[in-house]
Design a protein. Structure first.
Ligand code: FES
Ligand SMILES: [Fe+2]
Length: 330
C-alpha cells in the first residue's frame, strides 16, 4: 500500500469527463468504483461489484428519480442502488440498509478528488481552481492506464533528460537546457528550454499542425506532489496550462490523463485547442510506450546532469507525508 501513498489526494476526474447519468468505472488503490453524475450535477461513487452476484455496476445504467438525482442499476438482475448503496428488493416496497459503502469524494468546483477512504495526510492542491478561474477549459485527453507503478510513472514525468529520446518523434527536440529548480517541499518549479530541429516547409504544408510547434519549447513545470504536474506553455497567440494527472489504480497500474486550459491573447488561439489536445496525447502515448519498455528494478549506475526533478520525487516519496532535507533548489 505504501507504494501508492495513502493519505494523498487523487484527482479522479473533471466533471466534464462524466456524461450525465452514464456510469463510469474508476480504479483507486486496487479497488474499482462506479462513478456517475446526475442531472443536477452531483457526483456519486459506490464500489463497482454488485453485492448480489458481483456484476460490474459501471456496465449498468442510471434511472432518474423524482428529485432529479439518479440511481445506478445493475446490468445483471437490474437491482437499483441509490447513492448510499441502498436497494429495494423485488416483492418488497421498502429500502434495505446500505449494501455498499460509498467512496468519499471531495468535490472542488469541477474537480472530483478522493483520498480513497484513507485519512488525509496532505491537502488538496487549490491550483487547479485558480487556473479554472483565469483560463478557459479546452478539454481532456489521453486518459489511459499504464502497466507501471506510481513511482516509475512520476520519475518519468520529472525526468528532464528524456525529451530527446522518448519525445524525439514529432517534436524533434535536439537538446535540453536546464535553468532552474525551485524546491518548496511538495511543491516545486522547473524551468528549461528545448530547442527543436526545424521541419521543412513541404512537411509543414503536408501537416499544418507543425506550424504551431515553436523553434524552442520553453518549459515551466509546476509540480504538486504526488498527483499533479502542470506544464505552462507560452505561445504567441496565448497561454496554455497542460495539467498532467496521476492516479494509482493498483500497485502496478497507474492512470494518467491531461486537463488542458488556455488563455487567449489573440482570438485565433481558440481555433487551435484541438491541435494542442492532440500534441498532449502524443506526449502521453510516447511516455506510456517507453514505460512499457524499461526494467524498473534495474540499479541505476549512471547519473546524468539535471536529474534534480527525479531526486525531488524520490525524496518526497520516501518521506511522505513529511518533507525531508535536503532542499534541492538550484
Ligand atoms: S448481480 Fe447485480 S443484481 Fe444480480
Ligand atoms: Fe514524457
Amino acid at each position: 500500500m505504501q507504494s501508492m501513498l495513502p493519505g494523498a489526494p487523487w484527482l479522479l476526474a473533471h466533471k466534464s469527463m462524466l456524461a450525465v447519468n452514464r456510469p463510469r468505472k474508476i480504479s483507486l488503490f486496487g479497488d474499482d468504483y462506479v462513478l456517475w453524475k446526475d442531472a443536477i450535477g452531483e457526483i456519486h461513487a459506490l464500489p463497482n461489484a454488485c453485492p448480489h452476484m458481483g456484476a460490474m455496476l459501471s456496465e449498468g445504467w442510471c434511472e432518474v428519480q423524482s428529485d432529479g438525482a439518479s440511481t445506478v442499476i445493475c446490468p445483471f438482475h437490474a437491482l437499483k442502488f441509490d447513492r448510499e448503496g441502498r436497494t429495494v428488493l423485488p416483492g418488497s416496497n421498502k429500502q434495505t440498509l446500505p449494501q455498499l459503502k460509498p467512496l468519499k469524494l471531495e468535490i472542488q468546483g469541477d474537480f472530483i478528488w478522493s483520498y480513497g477512504g484513507y485519512e488525509p495526510k496532505s491537502p488538496i492542491p487549490t491550483v487547479l481552481n485558480a487556473i479554472a478561474n483565469h483560463y478557459y477549459f479546452i478539454g481532456h485527453t489521453a486518459d489511459r492506464s499504464v502497466e507501471t507503478d506510481l513511482l516509475t510513472m512520476l520519475l518519468n514525468m520529472h525526468d528532464y533528460n528524456h525529451q530527446n529520446g522518448t519525445h524525439r518523434d514529432l517534436f524533434k527536440i535536439t537538446d535540453v537546457e536546464f535553468h532552474q529548480f525551485i524546491d518548496d517541499g511538495h511543491h516545486s518549479h522547473a524551468f528549461y528550454d528545448m530547442p527543436t530541429a526545424p521541419y521543412r516547409l513541404v512537411e509543414k504544408f503536408r501537416k499544418p499542425d507543425l506550424f504551431l510547434l515553436p523553434s524552442t519549447i520553453r518549459a515551466h513545470l509546476e509540480n504538486h506532489f504526488p498527483s499533479l504536474v502542470i506544464f505552462h506553455g507560452e505561445m504567441p497567440l496565448g497561454k496554455a496550462a497542460q495539467c498532467h494527472i496521476f492516479v494509482p489504480e493498483a500497485k502496478n497500474r497507474t492512470r494518467t490523463y491531461i486537463l488542458l486550459f488556455g488563455q487567449a491573447k489573440h482570438p485565433a488561439f481558440k481555433m487551435f485547442g484541438s491541435t494542442y489536445l492532440k500534441f498532449g496525447k502524443v506526449v502521453v502515448d510516447q511516455d506510456a510506450d517507453i514505460l512499457g519498455k524499461i526494467y524498473p528494478d534495474t540499479p541505476q549506475k549512471i547519473k546524468l546532469n539535471n536529474e534534480v526533478g527525479m531526486d525531488w520525487v524520490r525524496r518526497n516519496f520516501e518521506s511522505f507525508p513529511h518533507v525531508a532535507e535536503p532542499n534541492l533548489s538550484r
